[in-house]
Design a protein around this ligand. Structure first.
Ligand code: SF4
Ligand code: SF4
Length: 183
């Protein structure tokens, strides 16, 4: 979702730093960082629906759900028509780079670190029987911990491992990628 100048260059097809970073990451579009994001007054429900976005009303407000169907081949396929929140969101890594407070190497290292943690969580989801890659991490996690639960020792062990892995991932994302309230 990141909107920073760097990412704009990325989607304009340039070989910018953000192009490389966001292509290697994708977490603000693929359901790892976000589950649902509020639409803004500038957004057209009709247009976004026609573009294939998954929209849902929650607490009286319309949200678009992730993983985003417009995220294709490591890029936003509707960049010029993306929702307003996608235009204004900037993750901590892009903010730090744009402010000259970080380096390319440091940003790639954080993305790699996050990838290892997400792969670990994804693997545990699968071991617990959830291979729904079209659902956000938060939703998959909540579903696997909602009763009725398989009481076998193996499932119990995997759930405990998942709770540890998810908590490490969340702490890492909060410290290095999230910049504001999720929605
Ligand atoms: S519309 Fe584009 S920028 Fe926004 S979440 Fe979807 S793929 Fe990402
Ligand atoms: S979380 Fe940051 S680095 Fe990752 S894709 Fe989004 S804007 Fe790019």
């Amino acid at each position: 979702m990141g909107n920073m100048d760097l990412k704009a260059e990325a989607n304009a097809g340039g070989e910018s730093l953000a192009a490389k970073l966001c292509a290697a990451c994708g977490m603000c579009c693929n359901g790892v960082l976000f589950y649902g994001t509020r639409l803004q007054p500038e957004d057209s429900i009709r247009s976004l629906t026609a573009l294939g976005m998954k929209l849902k009303r929650k607490d009286g407000e319309m949200q678009f759900l992730q993983p985003c169907p417009a995220y294709k081949d490591s890029c936003c396929s509707i960049y010029d028509k993306r929702p307003q929140r996608c235009r204004t969101f900037s993750c901590r890594q892009l903010k730090a780079l744009n402010a000259g407070e970080s380096t390319e190497e440091a940003a790639f290292a954080k993305i790699s670190e996050a990838k290892i943690l997400t792969d670990r969580v994804r693997g545990l989801f699968a071991q617990l029987g959830d291979t729904r890659e079209n659902k956000a991490f938060a939703r998959r996690y909540a579903a696997l911990l909602t009763p009725p639960l398989d009481a076998s020792p193996e499932s119990e062990r995997l759930r405990q491992e998942l709770q540890v892995a998810m908590s490490e991932l969340e702490a890492m994302l909060a410290a290095n990628f999230r910049t504001e309230a999720i929605a």
